[in-house]
Design a protein around this ligand. Structure first.
Ligand SMILES: [Zn+2]
Length: 202
């Protein structure tokens, strides 16, 4: 049996940590990277290094930017009184495209019973602190309109109720089971317009 070079094994192991990549895909990717031009493979490696060195998480809203606090949190032109709560930093881009000009709070995930993730495993505590420190007029929960997103919104709302009396949820036009990252900007703009108070849990 011919053993693989340890550097190939190491690359496969690292690739195998990527979401949705199992051992067979990791092996295929590793051998693909050995087959392409060296410059192309190095460009990929350099892009990974560059993104990790230049992008950081905002300590206030947890979105990604080159500076901390991020350019959105420190923009005086934006409405500082409304905080739109999203699950993932990619969703910030979608709402920016849809014309939203308030602040954000990125939960960095969603509540999932299957994965054992509760509201306190997300950035919920930091959101409660933001409300406590004042200046927040409305918190709008823009979680995805699917089962886990609705569940996350309800649990985050429970944490917020003692510190914020205006918790809203996106409404119109959001197809049940849909994903924010796949919705058009006109649908998101409409959902922002039609946000509604979140009813208390039964
Ligand atoms: Zn920020």
């Amino acid at each position: 049996m011919v053993l693989r070079h340890h550097s190939i094994e190491r690359l496969m192991e690292q690739l195998g940590h990527l979401p949705g990549v199992g051992p067979i895909s990791a092996e295929r990717m590793a051998y693909y990277l050995l087959r392409i031009e060296q410059s192309e493979a190095l460009a990929l490696a350099n892009a990974i290094v560059a993104v990790r060195e230049s992008v950081q998480t905002c300590s206030k809203c947890f979105q990604l930017d080159a500076v901390d606090p991020c350019s959105i949190c420190s923009d005086p032109e934006r409405d500082q009184g409304i905080v739109l709560v999203v699950e993932d930093p990619r969703e910030v881009t979608r709402f920016e495209d849809a014309g939203y000009r308030g602040l954000y709070h990125v939960l960095q995930g969603r509540v999932s019973q299957v994965e054992g993730i509760g509201p306190d495993d997300l950035t919920t505590g930091a959101l409660v602190q933001r409300c406590k420190s004042g200046g927040v007029r409305e918190v709008c929960l823009a979680n995805n309109p699917d089962l886990e997103g609705e569940g996350t919104a309800q649990l985050v709302a429970e944490r917020l109720r003692p510190v914020c009396d205006n918790v809203t949820r996106l409404a119109r036009g959001m197809p049940a089971g849909g994903s924010i990252t796949q919705l058009s900007k006109s649908i998101l703009a409409d959902a922002l317009q039609g946000r509604r108070p979140l009813p208390p849990p039964n």
